[in-house]
Design a protein around this ligand. Sequence first.
Ligand SMILES: [Fe+2]
Ligand SMILES: [Fe+2]
Length: 184
Amino acid sequence: MTDPLRQQLLTVFTGRATRRYGLSAVNQLQHALQAAQQAERDGCTPATVLAALLHDVGHMIHELGEDPASRGIDDVHEELGADWLAKHFTPDVVEPVRLHVAAKRYLCATESDYFGKLSDDSVRSLNLQGGLMSANEVVAFRKLPYHAEAVRLRRYDEGAKDPHAKTADFDHFLRHVEACRLPS
Ligand SMILES: [Fe+2]
Ligand SMILES: [Fe+2]
């Protein structure tokens, strides 16, 4: 029998993930797979690979219609997605997802060349998400558990917008579900 959680993830990602990823040429599913593949190639833990795969699930479960950022609306997908994942997964999957937007604001504030590497949709959403972190926010961010994993995830996120990249399929990465799920 198919595991209900894996089936649910598959349904969300194959049903809604053909939504375009913001302004880029890849769709949500390609974006998710490319992020997970980078994490796996980097030798990350199962939790970080899964966090990379699922980091934008919030974009797929909101009810705000297609591309709310184009209408000046922040879908707060990092919170929505993390709260959804928290019903099923351990904090080492959930919290990097919750912090992946904060990690972008952090990197823009702390690495002089990072802003220049952002894609157009990341720049657009950055403004809706509060812009660069202040010095106080940077200090507070560094104290958060999982902030380093969130920064790592954020780099995979930004590198996962290549329309020509080849990846393993969704099921390949779902094998990490067992290692990271909450006991039922
Ligand atoms: Fe995101
Ligand atoms: Fe993303």
